[in-house]
Design a protein around this ligand. Structure first.
Ligand SMILES: Nc1ncnc2c1ncn2[C@@H]1O[C@H](COP(=O)(O)OP(=O)(O)OP(=O)(O)O)[C@@H](O)[C@H]1O
Length: 328
């Protein structure tokens, strides 16, 4: 549904100064898939969406969306997609229902189709009480839901969401995700989204693309990225330092363990797959008479994956957005 090959995008910032927002981005998104684009500030996430939605021409490479080439036919691309960008959306003085119907007419859809689609979206996105209100009177979360409905009125097969939940409180973020999941079940919409909330990518995306300095540095399911790049962090307490040292030897020899360190009576390690590596390890320790007294198994996060891949934290982005939201 989305195909991106060696995409590059260069912006001129001063007379002879350029920024390569995208250097070499390649990926595909299949029909009905939800893929999350993660990366720190300035990684190239929004630029990727802007190229794919025909708003910015790429400097090199190829991309097509719903079978349409973004360079040869950007207008055709825009006709086939919904795009909810950062801070775009409905005009302020218009009523919500007027905006939704105008969007359908702008796409040249028959009135009866627009009426039916708007009614369905109003139900799915919980907009019934807001229809007669001017857009300017809505809260941030309500506004976001209207923006998403606007993106979906033309029933696009592909939806691009640029940080759809930024600025929402946890309750409204959860509600919005219920809506997005509902939309996917109803319309089988293909969705590419950017988010700074790693747990959203974890929970809702079938696949995660990690982008850094304009390149895709990882493309897989969240579970596989964590297993292959980080593994579980395991911490085991023993009766004393001697037992811990003995246990550490056995841990080092066991399959699927790495980075084994001993601190006092505690052995720390990484296990490639906690659920498969730890049970036989515990049995082996028990058998040699150095059973663990306490074990803590920590799930890695996508931030751990990014840290492992780049030596930097993705969390910088959260801080950036907290500050941006506080300043707004
Ligand atoms: N119109 C533009 N002109 C010049 N430089 C730009 C333009 N748009 C983006 N850039 C630069 O391209 C790089 C990638 O920006 P982009 O907005 O794609 O990052 P992002 O990953 O979406 O970041 P954020 O998480 O902060 O939204 C940055 O260095 C940015 O300053």
């Amino acid at each position: 549904m989305i195909s991106v090959e060696e995409l590059g995008c260069r912006f001129r910032v001063r007379r002879k100064e350029f920024v390569d927002a995208l250097k070499d981005v390649s990926f595909v998104v299949g029909e009905g898939e939800l893929v999350a684009l993660l990366g720190p500030n300035g990684a190239g996430k929004s630029t990727t969406l802007r190229v794919l939605t025909g708003l910015v021409p790429p400097s090199s490479g190829r991309a097509s969306v719903a079978g349409t080439d973004v360079v040869a036919d950007p207008t055709g691309v825009r006709r086939r997609i919904g795009f909810v960008g950062q801070g775009n959306g409905a005009a302020h003085e218009q009523r919500v229902d007027d905006e939704l119907h105008a969007q359908g007419r702008a796409y040249g859809l028959p009135r009866s189709d627009v009426r039916a689609t708007v009614a369905e979206l109003v139900g799915l996105l919980d907009l019934g009480d807001l229809l007669t209100r001017p857009v300017r009177s809505l809260s941030g979360g309500q506004r976001r839901r209207v923006d998403i409905a606007l993106g979906l009125v033309p029933r696009p097969p592909v939806l691009f969401l640029d940080e759809p939940t930024t600025g929402l409180d946890p309750h409204h973020r959860a509600r919005l995700w219920e809506h997005i999941d509902g939309l996917r079940r109803t319309f089988n919409t293909t969705i590419l989204l950017t988010t700074h909330y790693l747990e959203e990518a974890d929970e809702h995306a079938e696949r995660v693309l990690v982008i850094d300095h304009g390149r895709v540095i990882a493309d897989d399911t969240s579970a596989r990225l964590k297993r292959e790049h980080v593994g579980h962090r395991v911490s085991m307490d023993f009766d004393g330092p001697e037992q811990a040292a003995l246990a550490a030897k056995a841990v080092e020899e066991a399959a699927g363990t790495r980075e084994v360190t001993v601190v006092g009576r505690t052995v720390n390690l990484r296990a490639d797959g906690g659920d498969t590596v730890v049970p036989p390890l515990l049995a082996a320790l028990e058998a040699q008479g150095t059973g663990a007294r306490r074990l803590v198994l920590a799930e890695p996060t996508l931030n751990d994956v990014f840290l492992e891949l780049t030596g930097r934290s993705l969390r910088e982005g959260d801080q950036y957005h907290r500050e941006r939201e506080a300043a707004a």
